[in-house]
Design a binder for this molecule. Structure first.
Ligand SMILES: C[S@@+](CC[C@H](N)C(=O)[O-])C[C@H]1O[C@@H](n2cnc3c(N)ncnc32)[C@H](O)[C@@H]1O
Length: 391
């Protein structure tokens, strides 16, 4: 079955199909990006990835049974999971693994949207945080020239594999192992900075190392589902301003240090009240993007089902210990139980009222400004009234 990969016509058709899938979506590809997606194969970057079977993630190679299905999955506009709990698919037992995804090859249309926003020209110095499989770095090499690209991954295995695969296609960028938010090569500055893992705030070091007039494309996300991608231009005064892209994106977090996520405490025998909203409201990514602006920086959200099979959302703010558990009832209403100094569901309900009053504003109508000290998202109502959220 490996001969699919030796069939040149088949590969060309797959590249054309993937490029068309991207172009048919919400992305209108520029001529440069069409050329990049037509020329750079995806399969060398993902020879093994995980497919999901129930709770388990099973490594999948072209030689594992249905090679046609494997090939189609590679050339479909979807993300491909390559690492779970730090275990790369290449090193996983055939029986698979369980846990939390820690690396993937991003869906090509999302890559295209971000690359389009990054507007890379030949000769631009480019920095990518989150090398992952190396596929996006290959696009950057194609657009800027490989000698102008630096890409970093916190995983030693991933950075080594990405380097090997990029070299295999004739690209020799600087591939580093380190923390992309901190280990930017000393004294280097860049025309373009892109992150393919999400941050809560744009790291000041990226702002500092971006040249005046340069562009940063950075996924910004808390633990609510609706992340945003900020597209910023660096100004001479050291700040950066820009807009939020229309694309919703739930990138994996950029992990810095060895921080463990705080555990949500049990919430029982606490004050209880009727809730105006079910926790399911956060399934709407337009709202959860807006809600995140109103909620504490380090908020943790978990969700699932109660013993009775009804939806439950819990929120926890490790900064002050406040926690809330919002549970649907068999009668179709919702109840909230809260613990600690604040009722955490109340600001969510207030945010929802404002969101409705503003006629459910879309993320691309918001602007963003970043200084070394803070990050501000702004929405201007048609009547000129300005709303600002700073952190
Ligand atoms: C969605 S994947 C990147 C996709 C990649 N650009 C590609 O084309 O395959 C996110 C990556 O960010 C990496 N990562 C997480 N925290 C990081 C950090 N602090 N510095 C650098 N990379 C990090 C993860 O190891 C993971 O490989």
């Amino acid at each position: 079955m490996t001969n699919i990969l030796d069939d040149e016509q088949r590969l060309i058709r797959a590249h054309v199909s993937l490029t068309q899938q991207i172009d048919r979506g919400s992305v209108v590809l520029s001529a440069q990006l069409v050329e990049a997606f037509l020329n750079i194969p995806r399969h060398p970057f993902v020879p093994v990835f995980y497919r999901r079977e129930g709770e388990r993630f099973l490594p999948w190679r072209i030689t594992d049974g249905d090679g046609e299905a494997w090939f189609d999955a590679v050339y479909t506009d979807d993300s491909l999971l390559t690492e779970v709990n730090g275990v790369h698919a290449e090193r996983a037992d055939p029986g698979g693994v369980t846990g939390v995804p820690t690396s993937s090859s991003t869906a090509p249309s999302l890559m295209a949207d971000m690359l389009d926003a990054l507007d890379v020209n030949e000769g631009d110095e480019v920095y990518e945080a989150g090398a992952g499989s190396g596929y996006n770095a290959a696009m950057l090499c194609h657009l800027a020239g490989d000698k102008h690209v630096t890409t970093v991954d916190r995983s030693e295995t991933l950075s080594a594999l990405a380097r090997e695969r990029l070299n295999g296609l004739g690209f020799y960028p600087l591939v580093l192992h380190g923390d992309g938010a901190r280990d930017v090569p000393s004294a280097a500055t860049y025309d373009r900075i892109i992150a393919t893992a999400s941050v809560r705030r744009v790291p000041p070091l990226w702002l500092e190392r971006c040249r005046t007039g340069g562009i940063l494309v950075v996924p910004v996300k808390g633990t609510l589902a609706g992340g945003m991608i900020a597209r910023l231009t660096k100004l001479p005064d050291g700040t950066a301003v820009g807009r939020i892209l229309h694309t919703p994106a739930a990138f994996m977090p950029l992990k810095s240090g060895d921080e463990d996520e705080a555990q949500v405490p049990e919430i029982r025998d606490c004050p209880c009240r009727d809730a105006e909203l079910s926790g399911r409201v956060l399934d709407d990514w337009t709202f959860s993007f807006f809600a995140q602006l109103h909620m504490p920086h380090g908020l943790i959200r978990t969700y699932g089902r109660s013993d009775g099979g009804l939806h439950v959302t819990t929120l926890y703010d490790p900064a002050d210990g406040s926690a809330a558990r919002v549970e649907d009832t068999p009668e179709g209403t919702s109840r909230v139980m809260y613990n600690g100094p604040r009722d955490l569901w109340a600001p969510m309900e207030a945010a929802h009222q404002l969101w409705r009053r503003l006629n459910r504003p879309r993320r691309e109508w918001f602007s963003i400004e970043v200084t070394p000290a803070e990050q501000t998202v702004t929405y201007t109502e048609p009547n000129g009234q300005i709303h600002r959220w700073t952190r």
